[in-house]
Design a protein around this ligand. Sequence first.
Ligand SMILES: [Zn+2]
Ligand SMILES: [Zn+2]
Ligand SMILES: [Zn+2]
Length: 382
Amino acid sequence: MSTSFDFDNDSHRRFDPLRNTWVLCSPHRTNRPWQGQQEKPSTTTLPTYGSECYLCPGNMRAQGDRNPVYDSTYVFENDFAAVKVEQPDFPLTQPNQEDIEAGDKSSLLLRAEGVRGKCYVICFNPAHNTTLAELLAHALLPVISAWKSIYSSLAQRAAQGEPFRYVQIFENKGDTMGCSNPHPHGQVWCTDSIPTEPSTELTNMTAYKTQHGTCLLCDYAALESSAEGKPRVVLENEDWIVVCEWWATWPFQTLLLPKRHIPSLLDLTEEETASFADILSRLTCRYDNLFETSFPYSMGIHQAPLKGKGTACEEDGCDIAHLHVHFYPPLLRSATVRKFLVGFEMMGEVQRDLTPEMAAARLRACDEVHYKNKVVEGENEQ
Ligand SMILES: [Zn+2]
Ligand SMILES: [Zn+2]
Ligand SMILES: [Zn+2]
């Protein structure tokens, strides 16, 4: 038995400073035999136009609206929005000392607040069968520009006093992630409160800045891009870095972030927008190539909350925020074997076998020519 601790072999916990939580890492289990679920890989090839698809150009949606014959990105308000603007007020329940002393604890234990907001759907492109991974960087520019313009218009409305505080941009890809329609699309949910995940991160980033005087994610990006051998770096360009972060939960989870302090999408220069499209396109392509499948994931952008009317930027957390993108893919060891967060992970803490360093090495080894295009090239040669 070795006497020195081996992070590639010995069980350990890693600290997640963004969420103030821990992840259990058990690298020696990567060799255990697998007797669990083996699903058949999906072999269906989709057409470029789906006559039944409610997101395809020119088609009718569930509530009777018809999509225009769009030829780039297309944004509309979600027909089945999770939050809406028009509803009665319900301010946050505050503990009522009189009631509590009289024995009624409901104001302590049954707290709530009303949530107002708006939900949008963004069709990334008109082709029913072409995901972000199959698009080259320039074709991602309209998607980024749609994200920016939704954020910008909601920010303007928030500054005028409308009930918008946080813009959550995300994409759920693949039926294993519960995505009901294969047409490449994402969503934007805007709420008048800051949701738990970004709120927790902002709290921890504020505490870090108070204690150390610097931005947690600026420090982390600098640490990873200067680490010896860059063991967790998957991809890098002048402005951006992608890492399988030290504290990642999902086997091939990545964090994509700008190297300089950029609070929101609106603070990107033209060059940074182009290099963002470049790295997004290369990362999603590598994901597809890893198991030669349309790689499922939940992807989301965290950035600055919206500044309210007449409030200071400091109290809104606008400049503490450091724009970043999380990719949470569920796949574990093939196109069909996925990880589940169950058992110890629900009851104790999240756990992983493959270390982030092993995952980063696997993603670094992937090609940046999409596997579907390689097949086509091979066929042409014959
Ligand atoms: Zn479609
Ligand atoms: Zn920063
Ligand atoms: Zn985040």
